[in-house]
Design a protein around this ligand. Sequence first.
Ligand code: 2AM
Ligand code: CA
Length: 255
Amino acid sequence: MSLEMVEDIKEWIYEASALIKERLSSPLIVEQKTSAADVVTNVDKEVEAFFVQKIQQSYPNEKILGEEGISEPVEDFSGRVWVIDPIDGTLNFVKQQDHFCIMLAVYENGVGRLGFIYEVMRDELLWGGDSIGVYINERKITTVKKQSLADGIINVNTNMFVANSFGTKDIAEKALAVRMTGCAGIAFKEVILGKENGYLSCLQPWDYAPGKILAESLGLIVESLDGKALDLKAQSPVLVAGVETYEDIKNLVHH
Ligand code: 2AM
Ligand code: CA
């Protein structure tokens, strides 16, 4: 991992963002995945292929775990692994042409080193890692505002709220207010920027990988609600929060 790598990744993200904005002027090809609200478009696939090609060109023979599965499957996290979500919040992308992110994370021997969350329509890049710190565009973030659950806004996954899974609805009712943004990257970004106090959602590794690296670099807690260690090969019920809100939520979680 080097500063040159950081600059390469930023350049690819800005290029991918320009490509996505250009594609917004043509009709999208939308396919359903696991449900009507879980969709993929031609642009998701094109953007993932773009990143795979850039990585293979500059960093050959490294492992790539992408949501759309364009590259070889990743069997284990030894060596360097690139984790890509070409468009996070695809339903928002399709229905709103807004509120979606490009996300990328770099792991070395299972340790998260670099995370990037780019909110495309706001031109905001949250990036960094444990050894370089965390930045929003050029501004360094050093602390996250400390607040209890009752003093702030939390972000939750809609299905978990409706089904009250892990007590998500009960937890949300104890917060000052609740938001459902439908984009994991934006939710992580809001928590890291101190605009929201916590986020609960069932996420795939590419949905939480960069956010976890960035959040933990700032002392936030990222954990699975089922008490198990987060597994980069499976979906998990993920909680991110500062320590005060985390303690409040832990006392309310149903198992
Ligand atoms: P995605 O758009 O990259 O699939 C809200 O839907 C958030 O949860 C999004 O960040 C979405 O990421 C993620 N997510 C993970 N699994 C999902 C699923 N089965 N259906 C819809 N969204 C899912
Ligand atoms: Ca996606």
